[in-house]
Ligand binder design. Structure first.
Ligand code: BT5
Length: 358
């Protein structure tokens, strides 16, 4: 009921609606309307009340909550259910519990901060409160485990698209799963799976995006290789690097969205919704067998292909040129000894001779 009232207030924009009108709409008394308004205010919504005119929602007053994330989202699967926590250990860990308990496919877990945000291979993900996006989505693709590596590539493509949709920033993908802006990591992806031999039970697609950290918000060890959306955007011109020929860059009115609300929460909300939409689209592509298009787009955004890489395999160090990516997620490297080698993420340590290295 109170979200019904909130919807009405949103539809009214900057106009007021009287308590009587709201009451009539929902068949409740004016004092019942008032109680719901108080509840919404307690949740954090900025609702103005004027004795003669009624109520209105003040601009930029959006919150990060399941209602805001799902309202009018229009996705088929991703984000059809959303759970939100101000604080959680790890959205991926929680999503795994929900998945094991049989939650609906597409359920998204969002948090304001993570106390034990996880990266790959036991690494950690810095997740300061209110400064990043921490999102996990549960998928149940009807396929064999061997077919799932494309999800890592697809998630990276979806993240690049979503960041561009909302900010106009053109980011790149560093194999296997880093989203990079000018050599620094702006987002990371953690894909986890539970399966039988022949069939996936569930996949958890976890995405972390640095949203509003400044340099000093990052721990010293990663300061020179981490960046946030807002700092990458530069003061006041978030779309300065908008690419040409990739659809129109966001209009100036988006500026207030990026920085809007407390803690830029309006911008984080917009980006979470864009991520869910882009993941939903690309998941449909996978289900419809369109993996080739995903790989092509991955190649287009790649900052790894064509570059010199150095890696260690079974204690031997090799150098070579990153030549291509293949559907199982492997990177093909033309090594200086003339041999083309296939690198599987997780098995090698790779040193980019460019920009960010890990
Ligand atoms: C990743 O791992 O990049 C995957 C990160 C996935 C995080 C999301 S948040 C929502 C969901 N819930 C979770 O618990 N996790 C997912 P990896 O490629 O292993 O990179 C980890 C490394 O990146 C660390 O060892 C640091 O060097 C660096 N790092 C940590 N936090 C960072 C940050 N906020 N920004 C940039 N780099 C970071």
């Amino acid at each position: 009921m109170r979200y019904g009232i909130l919807k009405l207030l949103k539809e009214a924009g900057s106009d007021y609606i009287t308590g009587v009108d709201i009451g009539t709409r929902f068949g409740i008394s004016r004092s019942a309307v008032w109680k719901h308004i108080i509840e919404l205010r307690n949740e954090g919504y900025d609702i103005e009340s004027s004795p003669n005119k009624g109520y209105r929602l003040l601009p930029g007053g959006e919150l990060l909550n399941p209602f805001e994330i799902m309202d009018g989202l229009g996705t088929k699967i991703a984000g059809t259910e959303v759970v939100y926590f101000d604080e959680i250990a790890s959205t991926n860990t929680h999503a795994a519990k929900l998945a094991a308990d049989g939650c609906a496919e597409g359920t998204a877990v969002v948090a304001g901060t993570q106390t034990h945000g996880r990266g790959r291979l036991g690494r950690s993900w810095e997740s300061p409160k209110g400064k990043g996006i921490y999102l996990s989505i549960i998928l149940r693709p009807p396929m064999a485990p061997a077919e799932t590596p494309v999800f890592t590539l697809a998630a990276a493509v979806a993240a690049v698209r979503a960041i561009y949709d909302v900010t106009g920033l053109r980011t790149g993908i560093k194999w296997p799963n880093d989203i990079i802006y000018e050599g620094k990591k702006i987002s990371g992806i953690l894909l986890e799976m539970n399966s039988e031999a022949e069939m996936v039970n569930w996949l958890i697609l976890g995405i972390g995006v640095n949203y509003s950290q400044t340099e000093s918000d990052f721990p010293e060890e990663i300061r020179d290789r981490a960046v946030s959306i807002l700092s990458a955007s530069g003061e006041g011109t978030p779309w300065k690097d908008a690419p040409h020929g990739q659809g129109s860059a966001p209009g100036e009115d988006l500026h207030h969205v990026l920085r809007g609300g407390h803690d830029g929460r309006a911008g984080r909300l917009a980006l979470i919704r864009a991520l869910l939409r882009r993941i939903d689209d690309i998941y449909q592509d996978i289900l419809n067998g369109k993996n080739a298009g995903i790989l092509d787009e991955w190649r287009k955004h790649s900052v790894t292909l064509g570059r010199e890489v150095r890696f260690t395999l079974k204690n031997t160090e090799y150098t070579g040129t990153a030549a291509d990516i293949i559907e199982n997620g492997s990177l093909l490297v033309d090594c200086s000894d003339g041999v083309r080698r296939e690198l599987h993420s997780g098995e090698i340590s790779i040193r980019g001779i460019f920009g960010y290295s890990d």
